[in-house]
Design a protein around this ligand. Sequence first.
Ligand code: NI
Length: 179
Amino acid sequence: MTIREILKMGDVRLLRVAPPVTQFDTDDLHLLISDMFDTMQAVDGAGLAAPQIGVALQVVIFGTDAPNLRYPDAPQVPRTVLLNPLITPLSPQEESDWEGCLSVPGLRGVVPRFSHIRYTGFDQYGDPIDRTVAGFHARVVQHECDHLIGKLYPMRIRDFAQFGYTEVLFPGLDASKDD
Ligand code: NI
């Protein structure tokens, strides 16, 4: 069990474009993914991208097999390991909702995302993933994959009147942990 340090906004390593994974099912890759799950679970996050722990590779994880305490009302997203992802919006329709990020602790902002997407990629064994999703699931995927092109959610905010401290915006929420 290894919990890795999560880089915070301002660290230039979060701004890099990550190269694709070229070798699947390797010991290094399995160790990276295991560390990422340990790290995400330690802070009860909804997802994590490899660049957030300083690893420049197109690897994201998200979802859980149990309800997420940070988003108790959110529909469940299956536990997923996604490498070399490609996102295709299925319509121009967007929806706006609150997001947080482990690399931007203590803050939340309203971010527009495509409502319906198809995403493809591979799991850690090189088996293809091809899903059509909507709503919260689509939002999580778009947020995590943005980390692979050096984008943090504040860069997607259009209305900065809807950006602030979690403890102020949502006083009832347990602020001891951030997402
Ligand atoms: Ni994030």
